[in-house]
Design a protein around this ligand. Structure first.
Ligand SMILES: Nc1ncnc2c1ncn2[C@@H]1O[C@H](COP(=O)(O)OP(=O)(O)OP(=O)(O)O)[C@@H](O)[C@H]1O
Length: 419
């Protein structure tokens, strides 16, 4: 028996179909996140689940009971909603609003019991609004009002909690505080929550439902749903998706850059490592350069960036030197590159061949790139690597500091890289 089962429902506003053939279920005690672009029907889906809007067809079952067969009180004892719209019409006190959560339990002509007061106090304590109990809901901030509505929902002691972007008005610490409370409550209750913040959704939800064009586009664990391809397809946005360092769940980083086209028909090979090339791999890629990189170790941060960007990268297994196979692929990349960029990075026996091989291409324009003054070439190189760099510099290699300056020299606004 599932706490929530949605079977093939359609929902319309007038003639406009908003949701189509929606089928999913929530497992007992889980947090199920609903994500999707603006207007994809997330709020409408929650409203259908709480019977605020009627569906055209299909079935909604709560604990195997047809939603339509539940009386108002019974429904309110099972399902609490924290809406997106947090305006409250009348000038109630915070305590009055939270106590409204007890109405399904208090008889029409009865008054609140000591237990109702106790539950209401506890809910205010959990949502961190106890200090505001006597305040008017019109005299508190939007974030505080949102926490009051969360307290009201908790006071309802629901089996199912429906949250519509319930933390959107909260500052980051209150957001986390409330979501932690909800995480703690899950297990006892089932939570379905709309999220705009994909990272919060990935962090807190057991499973996600991704909506697109009125339908369920994907459903599954955060790792199954929040893939780069699905995000691109649904949100039309490029995002880097990486494992969160603490949870292993997906962590998404938006790529804000528009593709500029400035690098079209130009090939650049980047010799980098240890994260020293990540910024320019991204910038060059966004500017439409044809970018290759390596030789890198497959545990290297720059290798990860290249993979996320889909760039060809010559790579070796962890703790492996550069093999002859990789060297010959490097030569192929260097031969076809218009320019070679070498980032300021530690150079040792493992990656020295990346540099040494450049000496065989005396006519190839080389740029030494340092992200900023904290990453100067000299700080990283000595001995044989330093000698190779000196030799390359004597042949005209440019030193460029800063990513913008690097791009400027390709567009003719900076030193000529010779390509
Ligand atoms: N009361 C209404 N009458 C008519 N159309 C509505 C009504 N409420 C919402 N809509 C439309 O239904 C569609 C889905 O709206 P809904 O609020 O469910 O989307 P959403 O995914 O929650 O959006 P958002 O991320 O912006 O909150 C939108 O096109 C919206 O304009």
């Amino acid at each position: 028996m599932k706490p929530i089962e949605i079977i093939d429902i359609d929902v319309s506003y007038g003639a406009k179909k908003i949701l189509e053939a929606i089928t999913f279920h929530a497992e007992a005690g889980e947090i199920l996140g609903i994500v999707g672009p603006n207007g994809s029907g997330k709020t409408t889906l929650l409203k259908a689940m709480s019977r605020v809007v009627a569906r055209d067809n299909g079935e909604i079952r709560l604990d195997d009971r047809d939603l339509d067969s539940l009386g108002h009180r019974e429904l309110a004892r099972r399902v609490a909603v924290v809406p997106q719209d947090i305006s409250i019409g009348f000038d109630y006190s915070v305590r009055d609003v939270v106590m409204m959560g007890r109405h399904p339990y208090i008889g029409r002509f009865a008054s609140e019991t000591a237990r109702d007061v106790e539950i209401c106090d506890h809910a205010m304590h959990l949502a961190n609004v106890a200090d505001l109990a006597g305040a008017s809901v019109h005299g508190i901030s939007g974030g505080e009002r949102q926490r009051v509505l969360i307290a009201r929902a908790l006071a309802q002691e629901p089996k199912i909690l429906l949250l519509d972007e319930a933390t959107s008005n909260l500052d980051v610490s209150h957001q986390v505080e409330i979501l932690n409370i909800i995480r703690d409550l899950a297990g006892e209750i089932t939570v379905v929550s709309v999220f705009h913040d994909l990272n919060l959704a990935a962090y807190y939800c057991d499973r996600l439902l991704l909506l697109k064009d009125r339908k369920v586009y994907a459903a599954g664990t955060p790792g199954e749903v929040l893939t780069r391809e699905k995000i691109r397809e649904v949100f039309g946005m490029e995002m880097l998706v990486r494992p969160h360092p603490l949870t292993g769940r997906p962590y998404v980083l938006p790529v804000y850059m528009h593709r500029s086209g400035a690098g079209a028909n130009r090939r650049v090979h980047v010799v980098c490592g240890g994260g020293t090339g990540s910024d320019i791999l991204h910038l060059l890629h966004a500017a439409d350069f044809t970018v290759t990189c390596g030789v890198l170790n497959i545990l290297d941060t720059d290798y990860g960036t290249a993979m996320h960007l889909g760039l060809p990268c010559i790579a070796e297994p962890p703790f492996h030197g550069i093999t002859t196979g990789s060297l010959s692929r490097l030569r192929e990349c260097l031969e076809s590159a218009d320019t070679v960029i070498v980032t300021a990075m530690p150079i040792g026996r493992g990656n020295l061949d990346n540099l040494r091989v450049l000496l065989d291409y005396p006519a190839k324009p080389v740029i030494f790139y340092a992200r900023d003054h904290t990453a100067r070439m000299e700080d990283y190189t000595g001995g044989e690597a330093g000698a190779v760099l000196t030799e390359l510099e004597a042949r005209g290699a440019l030193r460029i500091e800063g990513a913008e300056e690097l791009l400027a020299c390709f567009s003719g606004d900076g030193p000529d890289p010779g390509c």
